[in-house]
Design a protein around this ligand. Structure first.
Ligand code: ADP
Length: 397
């Protein structure tokens, strides 16, 4: 039985899950946060326990060393040789990476080169990869990209109608994100539909703080709502989603800001936060709506409307749809948002089962028997996809 570490390294954090494959059991999971600050936070879950400590973690390397030492101390692994592979989530693989792959110097160079497109993520991933390479030099390291799943989009789908040289010189095109989640959920949906994946037409709504919609036909991505960066698409926790780009130059002139500053506002101060004026957290905006706040209700209505726009477009693109799936923090938990979305789709024959929809974070069908398109809640599991790819790519048995 192989043990695989699935890692998601951020600029000041390392999230991890140790999985036993091929059973896909989670042996331990947790996160190291506040790396580089005076005091870190190390949360570890194993054996039904949750422990929190506050070590000093000057860099990711100390974090990884402490994590591995702790796994042995707690008896989670007897020796580090039990770890057969490490899979790293990488946000941006550009056009270069068409599949997950083993890490070598060229791969690291390429991920670094692509940092222009994911400045907050790719450099942090490299730090994480190097820390694990140093701590576990004999163990294969695999990178799993959020963008790879979307590399099957047709040219007419991923190209923007901007000067063609922008694409040639700078790679300006749609890349998408959340690919690992969209892939996991669509594969699971095919199982729930009792259909071979190749015969399915599925729309996945990954609705977390970051959110994207994906059209998956025959297990392959045909289109997705995020673009060159995660700013494109539907409104999110703090992101505006699509708008007329003229808004940027207009606000620059009115408020004496630079384009970078305005785009920063579109990324960090818009969406739920900007519209509701309360919070980026859906729970706070829900509380506002329930207390009668118009802007909070409007926030959800604007988002639901935009989500339905994408669903309708993807229905046409795929020539039909077997099911719509809801996943991630809001997709799994926000009963009223799922209802708001599905009730707008009556024209496509979607019929919500209110009682079935009245649940949180469980895998469940939420449409009636008569509904022409089914809808499911499917909790996402990106770590399992990372572990599966690590086993496949590193040929671990
Ligand atoms: P990300 O991974 O992009 O940070 P998540 O998938 O964790 O985002 O989703 C975060 C969102 O999910 C937040 O807006 C939060 O309010 C919402 N959420 C999480 N749990 C619940 C819940 N129990 N009820 C309602 N909303 C929830």
């Amino acid at each position: 039985m192989a043990k695989i570490m699935a890692v998601n390294a951020g600029s000041s954090s390392i999230k991890f899950q140790l999985l036993e494959m091929p059973k896909e059991n989670v042996i331990a999971s947790g996160v190291m946060e506040r790396i580089g600050l005076a005091e870190g936070i190390f949360t570890l879950k194993y054996d039904g326990k949750k422990e929190e400590t506050h070590p000093v973690l000057p860099t990711h390397a100390e974090g990884v060393d402490l994590l591995l030492k702790t796994l042995i101390e707690k008896g989670i692994v007897k020796s580090l040789s039990e770890i057969s592979g490490v899979g790293h989530r990488v946000v941006q693989g550009g056009e270069y990476f068409k599949d997950s792959c083993l890490v070598d110097d060229t791969v690291i160079e390429k991920i670094a080169e692509l940092a222009d497109l994911a400045p907050l993520h790719n450099p942090a991933h490299i730090i994480g990869i190097k820390a694990f390479q140093k701590a576990l030099p004999q163990v294969p390291q695999v990178v799993v990209f959020d963008t790879v799943f979307h590399q099957t989009m047709a040219e007419e789908v991923y190209m923007y109608a901007t000067p063609y040289e922008w694409y040639e010189k700078y790679g300006i095109r749609k890349y998408g994100a959340h690919g690992t989640s969209h892939q996991y959920v669509s594969q699971r949906a095919a199982e729930l539909l009792h259909k071979p994946l190749k015969d399915t037409k599925i729309i996945v709504c990954h609705l977390g703080n970051g959110a994207s919609i994906c059209a998956v036909e025959g297990g392959k991505c045909k289109d997705t709502s995020m673009g060159l960066t995660p700013l494109e698409g539907i409104p999110m926790g703090t992101r505006s989603g699509i708008l007329d780009p003229t808004v940027v130059s207009y606000i620059c002139e009115k408020e004496g800001k630079t384009a970078t500053e305005v785009v920063n506002i579109l990324n960090k101060k818009s969406g739920y936060l900007g519209m509701s004026g309360r919070s980026n957290d859906a729970r706070d905006v829900t509380a506002g709506m329930e207390a009668g706040d118009h802007r909070c209700k409007l926030t959800f209505d604007v988002q639901a409307k935009r989500i339905v726009d994408y669903i309708a477009a993807y229905y046409v693109l795929m020539g039909g749809c077997d099911c719509i799936c809801f996943t991630a923090g809001m997709g799994e938990n926000l009963i009223h948002l799922r209802k708001n979305i599905l009730n707008r789709l009556g024209v496509l024959g979607v019929e919500l089962d209110e009682q079935a929809n009245n649940v949180r974070a469980v895998e469940q069908e939420i449409t009636t028997k008569n509904s022409k398109i089914k809808a499911f809640i499917i909790p996402t599991n990106e770590e399992v996809m990372i572990a599966r790819d690590t086993v496949r790519v590193a040929k671990i048995r």
